[in-house]
Design a protein around this ligand. Structure first.
Ligand code: AMP
Ligand code: MG
Length: 419
């Protein structure tokens, strides 16, 4: 048996970051920049007002107060989106709106609230003069050209995951597209003679195929694109054909057929079609796993992850191995789930020295976390997986975790989905 870490290391050594593509910026949300983004312009591109008010020379306003306002001539207006040739000189001001370019000569903006404009309007007084009620310092309410971004500056580094703010930066620089690592296409193949696709009537002895859907949904939630191959029968011919179809993607994930049963033919087919290792990983659920590469018809070596068939085993092995592999292909790097330390609410025995992933619901209690086991832990019990928001880890060398003991819990519903 190999450890979870060993298995993960071997998988991550085989999968590679995919190649870049150019995408419209909005479609690149959640993708990773394939190159540095260098600013082509200053942001802001011109000095401008941060407030609605009056552009003035700060030195004109010294000594201004409610009791003795400084009166200044208003010589024009400046609105956002327009330039003007009006110059502010001593004793003059321009009425200015937020975002409007600062008129030449002005070095500060006094906001409306710090003037007598409202009083003047109410009293029907002319607005060609304005009373300043507070002194301004040079630079007050002025956003300077280039204060956020300078032309030539690397503003977003290669490897950055594009989130809404990053997309905003690209847009503010006028970039309509971005070079990003493309999303992996991951083929999903379920195997087993007993499987019936959803939407069809169930024949005696059959069960509905759920792994296709949990795995495809997990791929999507890791930011990959699932390519559903469907159901492969437990026969060499069927599996060969379906696996060949699955090799059109960047990675193939199969479920079922990798344990010790008579009809576990995935093992045989894989052994013939590529370099595949069968591992028993020191974990529970999810002991049997296959991993290797298969040669596609176009010569590419496609990584293959053969997950166990039991619905929860396939989900938990996906979580530990497929998720990091997909993130690596996306260029996201080794992103791990947040882990908290939580007090478990019941005893959990560990009989055979494996790492147990216990389905739990974690909640914050006082200044700590509590992990409540969500129900029976059989590897086919999907309802206890569905009720879980975390996986509590009982270490290999811990024969018994007692109620109240603190265990590390991987949080499955992290707010940061990194799609
Ligand atoms: P296997 O790994 O093929 O021996 O399958 C282990 C168990 O998982 C069996 O009870 C299968 O019926 C079940 N199983 C395998 N594949 C699926 C699937 N796609 N959906 C639901 N259950 C499955
Ligand atoms: Mg099977």
């Amino acid at each position: 048996m190999i450890s979870v870490e060993d298995a993960l290391e071997r998988i991550l050594n085989t999968v590679h970051v995919l190649e870049p593509e150019t995408r419209p910026i909005l479609s690149a949300l959640g993708q990773v920049l394939a190159e540095d983004v260098v600013a082509g312009i200053d942001i802001p591109p011109h000095d401008n007002s941060a407030m609605d008010g009056f552009a003035v020379l700060a030195s004109d306003t010294y000594g201004a107060s409610q009791q003795s306002p400084v009166y200044i001539d208003v010589i024009g207006e400046a609105a956002a989106g327009y330039t003007s040739s009006i110059k502010v000189t001593g004793g003059t001001a321009v009425r200015i709106m937020t975002g409007a370019p600062l008129p030449e000569g002005a070095d500060a903006v006094v906001q409306f609230e710090k003037t007598d404009e409202t009083v003047r309007k109410k009293g029907g007084q002319p607005l060609d003069t304005i009373g300043i009620l507070e002194p301004a310092t040079p630079g007050l309410n002025v956003r300077l050209k280039g204060e956020d971004i300078r032309a030539g500056q690397v503003v977003l580094k290669k490897g950055t995951l594009l989130r809404p703010a990053g997309i905003g930066i690209l847009a503010s620089l006028g970039n309509a597209g971005a070079a990003v690592i493309r999303r992996p296409i991951v083929s999903v193949l379920s195997t087993g003679d007993e499987l019936c696709p959803a939407g069809k009537p169930l024949e005696p002895g059959q069960i509905y195929d759920s792994n296709t859907y949990t795995i495809a949904a997990n791929i999507a939630s890791c930011g990959g694109t699932a390519k559903i191959i469907g159901i492969g029968r437990d026969s060499l011919a069927s599996l060969r054909e379906k696996i060949a179809e699955g090799l059109g993607g960047d990675m193939l994930i199969t479920s079922g057929g990798v344990s010790m049963g008579d009809y576990d033919v995935v093992k045989d087919v894989l052994a013939r079609m590529g370099t595949v290792s069968f591992w028993t990983v020191r974990m529970k659920p999810g002991k049997p796993i296959a991993f290797g590469t298969l040669k596609a018809s176009d010569g590419r070596e496609v990584p293959h992850l053969g997950l166990p068939g039991n619905p929860v085993s396939s989900m938990i092995t996906f979580e530990q191995f497929a998720r990091p592999a997909i993130f690596k292909m996306r260029g996201v790097g080794n992103h791990t789930r947040p882990v908290v330390s939580a007090a478990i609410d019941q005893d959990i025995a560990n009989d055979d020295g494996r790492r147990i992933f216990v389905r739990v619901h974690v909640s914050k209690t006082g200044d700590g976390w509590t992990a409540s086991v969500t129900g029976p832990q059989g590897s086919g019990i999907l309802t206890s997986m569905s009720a879980a928001n975390g996986l509590a880890i009982v270490p290999e060398d811990c024969p018994l975790a007692r109620a109240g003991d603190k265990l590390k819990v991987q949080l499955l519903d992290s707010t940061e989905e990194l799609l």
